[in-house]
Design a protein around this ligand. Structure first.
Ligand SMILES: Nc1ncnc2c1ncn2[C@@H]1O[C@H](COP(=O)(O)OP(=O)(O)OP(=O)(O)O)[C@@H](O)[C@H]1O
Length: 356
């Protein structure tokens, strides 16, 4: 959210879609940007990407470059985590995608349609929880959705009732549909915002920091909902400043830092790109190190009462057996896989605030 901007509802990040706006690879290899060449606008649909940007840039009048030559490609069917610390340009990017902010340079394409020219075609197929109208505290969840739906010129009046019921059901609020909004928990409020974004069939759901300000229970609710929405076939593009959150729910990730994309690709490939290590806890560090070296395991690191090496393709049980056979007192043995954070640090050369 832009500094100085006030949420329409206290304590909450509002709302909803269909993505409103004024003029508003499949599993490729994980790599560092900018070498990760995105498909050109116009290639998005053929390559199965729902969002494609090329050189997308936003320089505000103040001179601030919020987004700097962004090349992004979001595969259809993914849950794409748009990760970066506060102020790294995530919201500005989303606003440009939805036609809420005019880019200063570059191109973007939403669902295969060049923006902003194709807004009218693309936006009804996109749900977004970025900004928008407030929910009314004294109206029920269902009544709030009826108001939003009635205000959407692209929505079909004849199907409103069933679409609203379906949306409430999808977010698990069917039983609380008649309850006043002000009685909703923060998690329920955010789920209602997502329901508002799902009032029609959407190919893409864009969520800007959907768990911001939520308690752990609300966060879990929203995460579970995102997984469900994705499992039902909607691509989800979700921004977050929390690495652990992205790691838990996303299939792909793009990492922003000061307006630039510093890495992007499938999370699994990112993890797989790092070699596991095996750590032995033992009072016989020297002896253990010798055995591990004898097995051809490289990159030894010794500490007090422990030694670790790169595991490579060796089987941990055989390593353990070799240690024991050689007389090493094995007090503990663990295969360590680097956390995503460690991988990012390796890729970007620095870490960032993962806990918010
Ligand atoms: N309207 C604006 N005018 C001037 N600068 C802006 C404007 N909107 C955003 N910025 C600046 O652009 C940079 C990127 O902001 P943006 O909101 O896109 O980041 P973000 O990653 O979404 O962070 P947050 O989660 O805190 O919103 C920040 O330095 C911000 O202060």
């Amino acid at each position: 959210m832009t500094p100085g901007e006030t949420p329409l509802l206290a304590g909450e990040r509002d709302i909803a879609g269909p993505a409103k706006a004024g003029p508003a690879g499949p599993r490729g290899e994980f790599r560092e940007a900018p070498e990760a060449a995105s498909p050109s606008p116009g290639q998005g649909t053929t390559r199965g990407h729902v969002i494609v940007t090329r050189g997308l840039t936003k320089r505000f009048r103040s001179g601030q470059v919020a987004v700097d030559t962004l090349d992004l490609a979001v595969p259809r069917g993914s849950v794409f985590g748009f990760l970066g610390p506060n102020g790294s340009g995530k919201t500005t990017t989303i606003r440009m995608l939805l036609g809420l902010v005019t880019p200063s340079g570059g191109d973007c394409e939403l669902l295969g349609v060049p923006m902003p020219g194709g807004l009218a075609e693309a936006l009804p197929r996109v749900g977004a929880v970025v900004e928008g109208p407030a929910f009314y505290p004294y109206l029920s969840g269902a009544a709030n959705l009826r108001r939003l739906d009635a205000a959407d010129p692209s929505a079909d009046r004849r199907t409103a009732r069933e679409r609203i019921a379906l949306a409430l059901d999808r977010v698990g609020l069917a039983a609380a549909a008649g309850k006043r909004y002000r009685a909703y928990s923060l998690g329920m409020r955010q789920r209602l915002a997502i329901a508002a974004a799902l009032l029609g069939p959407r190919e893409l759901l864009i969520l800007d920091e959907p768990t911001n300000g939520l308690d752990p229970a609300g966060t879990r609710e929203v995460r579970a909902l995102i997984r469900q929405v994705a499992a039902a076939g909607t691509t989800v593009f979700v921004s977050s400043h929390l690495l652990s959150e992205v790691e838990q729910m996303c299939t792909h990730v793009g990492v922003m830092r000061t307006g630039r994309l510093v890495a992007h690709g499938p999370i699994e490939e990112l993890r797989a790109g790092r070699e596991p290590r095996i750590k032995v806890e033992t009072p016989d560090v020297g002896l253990a190190a010798g055995v591990l070296a004898g097995l051809g395991l490289a990159d030894p690191r010794s500490g007090a009462g422990e030694v670790s090496v790169a595991l490579g393709t060796a089987a941990p049980d055989l390593v353990c057996a070799a240690l024991v056979t050689a007389g090493v007192a094995v007090h503990g043995l663990a295969v360590l896989r680097p956390s995503l954070e460690e991988v990012f640090v390796g890729l970007t050369g620095e870490g960032f605030d993962v806990d918010g």
